[in-house]
Design a protein around this ligand. Structure first.
Ligand SMILES: [Mn+2]
Length: 429
């Protein structure tokens, strides 16, 4: 296995941190035992949990105004894979990478799959891009892609998505995530009903090209890049489309793509009930689709989402197999650090949701004991599960103090010497 960070370095740092961790882990274990929870079993669940990282998240993002490059940031999919390998090596919960086309296009996808495998990585859902024009592209997406009024533009968008499926098959993926930037900036600009008809007609052609064991995930977004209307603006539109397209089509929930203050955990419960919960794009937001680090603003909301996911797992109805992915933009941090921090935060919410006394919660809910139900949930949220996550990481070969170990490795400094510099410019979020 090709591991970018020295195992000796990780071992040294872990040896120094282990006595304190054992102490904290034992104390937490005794606390949980009083509630009838076996900390070892929870730790094993934590070890079995994973989330995908997006290839584009390995680079610096940008605002709508500018991008500030980082010395040593990756400029191609090969370098992005190397950075993703660091994230997984230290954090141990991110073995899958979600590629984006055409940003990650190469000549030989079989070789790319092998390259990822050499780091212990696999490819997750492929992402298509019909929200920006590419050099040499025949038809512009300036006024829409799948929902464009121009037939040739719609066909070009369909063909690109089918190309992505074919690439994904070579990479070992089994899902495509479709997000379109289609929408309008002016009332009256397009017919709101007919634009949905056009979108569905194109989406159905992509759906028809899905291999049997593939899934198509629709990502809704309330606004941006269009500011008056979006074609797939909300979970209702997404659900409507997924239901019309067929069983293999599911809805994807990006935590930043909702109206402010929307109850996202309830959307999760609703989509699960409809058998249409496809997966997540984890990030956080304060005002809009800010793509901030997962749980950095509202960790409680993330916990409540996971609480619904644990409920869904216990009551799978038509099935429960959501795809988890981080989708955030790193404008002012080292993307490797942000990605490990987020994967730890997300895993922490998963673990906390495991600690909820379900029997007590359900009994309190049935009895309308409001305060007891609330406190049962809140008690799990307030539990510091860091020792469980750190122990799980260490046992899987990762770093207890991942930030200290990463900085001591001087990985980014070394890459700054080796890699070519990224140009200035506007960022793509
Ligand atoms: Mn997203």
């Amino acid at each position: 296995m090709n591991l970018p960070i020295s195992a000796d370095l990780i071992g040294q740092h872990n040896a120094a941190a282990l006595p304190a961790l054992e102490d904290d882990f034992a104390a937490l274990g005794r606390k949980l035992e009083r509630n009838g929870v076996d900390i070892e079993a929870v730790k094993e669940r934590a070890k079995g949990w994973s989330v995908a990282v997006p290839s584009w998240g390995a680079g610096r993002g940008g605002t709508r105004f500018a991008k500030f490059p980082l010395a040593g940031e990756p400029t191609n999919i090969h370098e992005k894979l190397e950075d993703c390998a660091v994230i997984h090596q230290l954090g141990t919960t991110t073995p899958r990478v979600s590629p984006h086309f055409p940003w990650d296009c190469v000549d030989d996808y079989a070789a790319l799959r092998e390259e990822a495998g050499s780091y212990g990585l696999h490819f997750d859902a492929v992402n298509s891009n019909t929200f920006q024009d590419q050099p040499g592209q025949e038809h512009t997406y300036a006024t829409g892609s799948l929902a464009s009024t121009v037939e040739a533009t719609r066909q070009q968008a369909v063909a690109h998505n089918i190309d992505c499926i074919e690439i994904g098959q070579q990479l070992g993926s089994s899902a495509i995530t479709v997000w379109v930037g289609d929408g309008t900036n002016f009332p009256g600009q397009q017919d709101l009903g007919r634009s949905m008809d056009r979108y569905l007609e194109g989406a159905a052609q992509i759906y028809a090209a899905l291999p049997d064991d593939w899934r198509m995930m629709l990502e809704h977004k309330m606004f941006e890049p269009a500011f008056y209307s979006s074609v797939i603006s909300d979970w209702g539109s997404s659900l409507m489309a997924a239901q019309e397209l067929g069983d293999k089509c599911k809805c994807l929930v990006d935590l930043g793509h909702h109206a402010p203050n929307v109850n996202i955990e309830q959307i999760v419960a609703r989509l699960h009930r409809a058998g249409k919960l496809g997966g997540f794009h984890f990030n956080d937001s304060k005002y809009g689709d800010d793509d901030l680090d997962s749980g950095s603003i509202n960790p409680h909301q993330l916990f409540l989402v996971f609480n619904e996911l644990v409920e869904a797992e216990l009551d799978p109805r038509g099935g429960f197999d959501p795809a988890y992915m981080i989708d955030q933009s790193h404008n002012v941090t080292d993307p490797i650090e942000s990605m490990i921090a987020s994967s730890e935060t997300i895993a922490g919410c998963y673990v906390r949701a495991q600690l909820v006394d379900r029997e007590a919660l359900h009994a309190a809910q049935e009895a309308n004991d409001v305060m007891l139900a609330f406190r049962t949930l809140r008690g799990a949220y307030e539990t510091d599960v860091a020792p469980i996550l750190a122990k799980a990481r260490a046992e899987a070969g990762g770093a207890i103090d991942w930030l200290g170990t990463y900085r001591a490795s001087q990985y980014r400094d070394r890459k700054a010497q080796e890699r070519k510099a990224v140009g200035l410019g506007a960022g793509i979020v």
